[in-house]
Every structure is written in structure tokens, then in C-alpha cells.
Write a protein that binds this ligand. Structure first.
Ligand code: A2P
Length: 283
């Protein structure tokens, strides 16, 4: 049986633990520090953060307080939209490293694509930002590079010009928002898909269909959502600041959702979408 220690090999050979600990919406300060420390001590080895979350210093503090060796951990951050372009991305990367108190990252992502609705030259902007990530990768300051919230249009444009392909696309996925086509597009190209908000930021947890399926397996709806991601070969990034939830969200390797239930979950009507469409965002 797989466990949280299982690693997935990315296109460039880097290995990523199969569940990440999410920190979006985790308040800065002791809450973030304690959550990250608790997660690592409970067995998580993969921490996902971003400059815009405003908690990198506290996340870094949690990492150092955990007492786990740096090389045992997989740490991701992301360059924010205000820092698109080669030069600004280089500066933003240095700042993230400094805040996290680390000397390299395992994964660095473009947080959101520049999109056609906001920029005529969106392709050039994304490529310019990507060039910075490629340079950081060549300089071995980051072990793998990828994108977040890119749709197939954004990926296509980037990949025709990229020297190194993005190894990850981190997108919103949860029951009620399965992103089947985009997952298929990425997986066909060996781009691994990470699921942000695998619990729909909590919005899917009261759904009666999910509740009845979870009951059948004697699991919580949160565990069902996380397991559903794993069985779709996705890398879920559940967030919690609550110790017993942090622990229970990793207890998902002792059951298997059967094919029928997988399909039912994947085909649920729309539920819990954040409303954040990369073609429509205004930030
Ligand atoms: P909290 O952080 O207060 O524990 P997502 O991972 O989709 O972003 O969802 C995160 C939200 O879901 C947070 O509000 C978090 O609350 C809540 N959450 C995380 N794990 C569980 C769980 N096992 N049961 C209920 N709620 C959970």
C-alpha cells in the first residue's frame, strides 16, 4: 500500500512527495509556523507556499523548527503576478528564498499566467517570466520549474518556445470541479498536475452525495476528496491549521475508492468553484 512517503518522478527526474501541505489562506505568524511544524512532524514532506500568501517567513520558521533535514523536504513557492518578467522574477525568487530561510527551492511556479483578456502580449510576458525560471533551474537554485493556473492555450504558447518544459501545472481541482480536459491535456504530455483547494476550500465538505460515499468507506469527506485526487494521479495540496485534520488528511492510504464511486465523484454537478478563472482574473 502506498503511503505519504511515496514519491512521483517528474519529467526532469526530480521526485515529489505524492501529497503536499497547502498554506494558502493560512494566517502569517504563529498559526502558519505551528501548522507547518505540525504537518512535517506528522509525516508530510512536501510544503506548498507562495509569495502572495504573505506567510513565507512563518512557513520557513515552521520548516526550521520541524527539525527535519532540508534534503528530506520538498518546498514549492510561486512568483506573483506583479513580478512577471525576467528581472523582477529573479528578484522575487531571491526574496522568497530569504523569507523561507532556504538556499534552494524544490519547485518554483509562475503563479498565474498573463492572459489575453488583460494583455495583448501575454505570450511574451509568460515567456519572459519563464526564461527567469529556466535560468534559476540551470543555476541549480531550483530543482524543478512549472506553472500554476495555466490552461491549455497558455501551456501551448509557452511550450512552443520553452527550452525546458514545465513539469507541473498546479490548478484548482476538487469534486464538483474536476478539470477533466485540462488534466487529460497535461497528463498526455507528462506534465504532473497538482490540485489546489482539493476540499474546495471547505466548500464541498457538506455535499450529501460525497457524505454518503465517504460513510461507505468509513472515511471523512475530506479524506475522500484527497483520495480521489491520488487515484486520478493528481498531487493534492490540502490545507489545514488544525492538528487533528492535518493528521487525518494524510490517512488516506488504507482504502480504495471503487471505479463506480470514482466516476460518481468525478461526474458530480458543479460545486465549490472559487470563481478564479485564469482568463477572467483582474489581478
Ligand atoms: P482549517 O484550516 O481551519 O482546519 P482546501 O485544502 O481545499 O483549501 O481546504 C481548506 C479548508 O478546509 C480550510 O478551511 C480547512 O480548515 C478545512 N479543512 C481541512 N481539512 C479538513 C478536514 N479534515 N475536515 C474539515 N475541514 C477541513
Amino acid at each position: 500500500m502506498k503511503t505519504i512517503d511515496k514519491k512521483i518522478t517528474l519529467m526532469n527526474g526530480t521526485k515529489i512527495p505524492c501529497i503536499g501541505f497547502g498554506t494558502w489562506q493560512t494566517p502569517d505568524g504563529t498559526v502558519a509556523t505551528k501548522a507547518v511544524k505540525t504537518a512535517i512532524q506528522s509525516g508530510y514532506r512536501h510544503i506548498d507556499t507562495a509569495a502572495i500568501y504573505g506567510n513565507e517567513k512563518s512557513v520557513g520558521e515552521g520548516i526550521s523548527q520541524s527539525g527535519i533535514a532540508r534534503e528530506e523536504l520538498f518546498v514549492t513557492s510561486k512568483v506573483w503576478n506583479a513580478n512577471r518578467s525576467y528581472d523582477k522574477t529573479m528578484v522575487a525568487f531571491d526574496q522568497s528564498l530569504k523569507d523561507l530561510k532556504l538556499d534552494y527551492l524544490d519547485l518554483y511556479l509562475i503563479h498565474w499566467p498573463a492572459s489575453a483578456n488583460q494583455f495583448e502580449n501575454w505570450k511574451e510576458i509568460n515567456l519572459d517570466t519563464w526564461r527567469a525560471l529556466e535560468q534559476l533551474y540551470k543555476d541549480d537554485r531550483v530543482k524543478a520549474i512549472g506553472v500554476s493556473n495555466f490552461n491549455s492555450l497558455h501551456l501551448n504558447a509557452l511550450m512552443t518556445k520553452a527550452e525546458f518544459m514545465p513539469v507541473i501545472n498546479q490548478i484548482e481541482i476538487h469534486p464538483g470541479y474536476p478539470q477533466k480536459e485540462l488534466v487529460h491535456y497535461c497528463q498526455n504530455r507528462n506534465i504532473k498536475v497538482e490540485a489546489w483547494s482539493p476540499l474546495g476550500s471547505g466548500r464541498v465538505l457538506q455535499d450529501p452525495i460525497l457524505a454518503s460515499i465517504a460513510k461507505k468507506y468509513n472515511k471523512s469527506v475530506a479524506q475522500l476528496c484527497i483520495r480521489w485526487c491520488i487515484q486520478r494521479d493528481l498531487i493534492p495540496l490540502p490545507k489545514s491549521v488544525t492538528p487533528d485534520r492535518i493528521e487525518s488528511n494524510r490517512q488516506i492510504f488504507d482504502f480504495i475508492i471503487d471505479e463506480y464511486d470514482m466516476k460518481t465523484i468525478t461526474e458530480l454537478p458543479p460545486l465549490g468553484f472559487s470563481g478564479l478563472d485564469p482568463e477572467q482574473i483582474k489581478f
